[in-house]
Design a protein around this ligand. Structure first.
Ligand code: ZN
Length: 147
C-alpha cells in the first residue's frame, strides 16, 4: 500500500512546517500567503480523499480509517484557516484603533440655555418662551401662550 505510506509522510511534513512557522511574527500579508497555502493543501487533501474513496469503491471495500484520517487532516487545516482569518481581523482592528488627527481638541462649548427673561422674583414663567407672567394671568404677555 504505497499510497497510504506516501499519505502519512505528507501529513507529517505538513505538521512540522506549520508548527515551526507558528513561532514567527506575522504581518497580515504573510498571514494571507500562509492561508492561501493551507487552502491549497486542503484542496490537495480533498483530491486524495476522493482517490481513496474511489479506490475502495472500485475494489469493493469500505474507505475505512485511512479516509477518516484524511478527513481529520482537512478539518485541522480548515481550523488553521479560520485561526488565520481571526489573526488578520485582529491586526486590522488594531490598525483602526490608532488615534486619528482629530481625536482631541474638537469639543465646542455648549450654548448657554438660560433664558434672558428668567428672574429670581416670585412668579410663574411661561412654559413656551420663559417670560415672567403673573400668577393670575391667563395669557403670556411675551408670546400669548394660554396658561
Ligand atoms: Zn410666553
Amino acid at each position: 500500500m504505497s499510497f497510504f505510506k506516501k499519505l502519512t509522510d505528507t501529513a507529517k511534513s505538513t505538521a512540522n512546517t506549520l508548527s515551526s512557522k507558528s513561532q514567527e511574527l506575522y504581518t497580515t500579508g504573510r498571514l494571507k500567503i500562509e492561508q492561501t497555502q493551507i487552502e491549497g493543501k486542503i484542496k490537495e487533501k480533498k483530491t486524495q480523499l476522493g482517490d481513496l474513496v474511489y479506490k475502495a469503491y472500485a475494489s469493493g471495500q469500505e474507505p475505512g480509517s485511512a479516509a477518516t484520517a484524511v478527513c481529520e487532516e482537512i478539518r485541522d487545516l480548515e481550523k488553521q484557516v479560520a485561526e488565520l482569518d481571526q489573526k488578520m481581523q485582529e491586526e486590522q482592528a488594531q490598525g483602526q484603533q490608532a488615534p486619528g488627527p482629530q481625536a482631541a481638541g474638537e469639543q465646542q462649548p455648549l450654548p448657554r440655555q438660560d433664558s434672558p427673561q428668567q428672574s429670581a422674583t416670585a412668579g410663574v414663567n411661561c412654559p413656551r418662551c420663559g417670560a415672567m407672567v403673573t400668577p393670575e394671568g391667563k395669557f403670556c404677555p411675551g408670546c400669548g401662550n394660554q396658561l
